[in-house]
Design a protein around this ligand. Structure first.
Ligand code: PMP
Length: 406
């Protein structure tokens, strides 16, 4: 559909031509981090090679150029997320920092004893622990929203748990373990009936589904660049315009002030208020290039291709005796977490690694989600737009050899 072929993306990734343990690399650890196209690598090298300067200060040409690039990056993120204005975009290190920022700068000012923060059981640790930390300080409660057997969020339980005490709901737009896509828009609308704010963790969703924060009506939306073909160390937090005034500074320093004296310090407006110190300017150059590269594809066609590949993988992996895929809810993103009876997930990963196939094994920073399935650890294959059916075949062939070796 839309004529998307993985080869049209694949040719841009130098790393996909390397070998691992004597085999061509098969990168199926995309939910951990995606590889980077040469356009991103060149943007970072080009920034340091020809344009390096600090921003927002210094009356010289290169400071001006760097500032323009940085703000163009902010506008590109706003555009990518369907945000109404670049001023609603705060640059952060990644999703983890974005959630901590909201917990510290919004939570500290807006949470109190007896307030509830609702968090589905399938959330990543970065969408659980920051809430636990701020809840401990403010004497609020973190309330888990249970899962159904198939891995979906129990919507009846969610509706029952919402109350006038609910201040915040924190939900992933797509799970990094089950790949499930909860009805975030409906859950947000329901939370808003109780005047609760909603933070959406978009870490896994952004590479796989078109995102529109305005349509979702999210109050906060977080993502990491590195899961979207951009470098590590850069990500963004969207804050709904009406909520910006509820944020308090969380880190102090340069960039975030208007004027400083020992008698009285005044502050810059958001988003700069939230960006103390020198940011990851090269990271923004890389993120800008990644967004430009990614947006050059028909995103519906990319999603359709990835869905087809995931369905193919699911079918092919089912042929491996003893292999079980976690979660049976329909409509998953390109994430397949699995166990192979009689084999420790870590051993499965190192077996595949000998064939040059990279997957992840472990708790996937989502221990409560795995515990829901009575597991401490699992293996996970996750796909990106550059993965091919041939790579899936290699994964399955290697897993079949593992089974035969036992
Ligand atoms: N949320 C989800 C759903 C994730 O998959 C991840 C990354 N594994 C994160 C949050 C954290 O992202 P980062 O480590 O880039 O901050």
């Amino acid at each position: 559909p839309g004529g998307f072929t993985p080869e049209s993306a694949r040719k841009d990734f130098p790393i996909l031509h390397r070998t691992v343990n004597g085999h061509p690399l098969v990168w199926l650890d995309n939910a951990a981090t995606t590889q980077k196209p040469r356009q991103v690598i060149e943007a970072i090298a080009g920034y340091y090679g020809t344009a390096n300067s600090n921003i927002h200060r210094g009356a010289h040409t290169m400071a001006r150029e760097a500032t323009e690039m940085y703000e163009a990056g902010r506008a590109a993120v706003a555009d990518f997320l369907g945000a109404p204005s670049p001023d609603s975009i705060v640059f952060v290190r990644g999703t983890t920092e974005a959630v901590n920022l909201v917990a510290q700068s919004w939570g500290r000012a807006n949470l109190g004893p007896g307030d509830d923060i609702l968090v589905p059981v399938l959330e990543h640790h970065s969408d659980i622990v920051p809430w636990q930390l701020i809840a401990r300080e403010t004497r609020a409660r973190v309330v888990p929203v249970p899962l159904l057997a198939d891995g979906r969020i129990d919507q009846d339980a969610y509706a029952d748990l919402l109350s006038s005490r609910t201040r915040l709901v924190a939900i992933s737009q797509a799970s990094n373990v089950l790949g499930t896509v909860p009805p975030v828009r409906e859950m947000t609308a329901l939370a808003h009936r109780y005047r609760a704010k909603v933070l959406v963790d978009g870490a896994q969703a952004v590479a796989h589904r078109p995102v529109d924060v305005t349509d979702l009506d999210a109050d906060f939306y977080a993502f990491s660049g590195h899961k979207l073909y951009a470098p590590t160390g850069i990500g963004a937090l969207y804050v709904k315009p009406g909520v910006l005034a509820d944020l308090r500074p969380w880190q102090g320093g340069g960039n975030m002030i208007d004027s400083v004296s020992f008698e009285r310090t005044t502050f810059a407006p958001v988003p700069h208020l939230m960006e103390a110190g020198t940011g990851n300017i090269a990271g923004v150059a890389g993120l800008l290039a990644a967004l430009k590269w990614f947006m050059s594809f028909d995103r519906d066609a990319v999603a359709a291709y990835e869905d087809e590949l995931t369905a193919y993988a699911q079918q092919a992996m089912a042929m491996v005796p003893g292999l079980e895929i976690l979660g049976s809810a329909p409509g998953r993103i390109a994430v397949l977490t699995f166990t192979v009876a009689g084999h420790d997930p870590a051993a499965v990963a190192s077996w595949l690694d000998r064939d040059g196939i990279a997957i992840r094994a472990g708790h996937h920073c989502a221990q409560p989600a795995l515990a829901h399935y009575g597991l401490e650890s699992a293996a996970r294959a996750s796909f990106a737009l550059y993965n091919t059916p041939e790579e899936v075949d290699e994964l399955v062939a290697s897993l079949l050899r593992l089974h035969e070796s036992a």
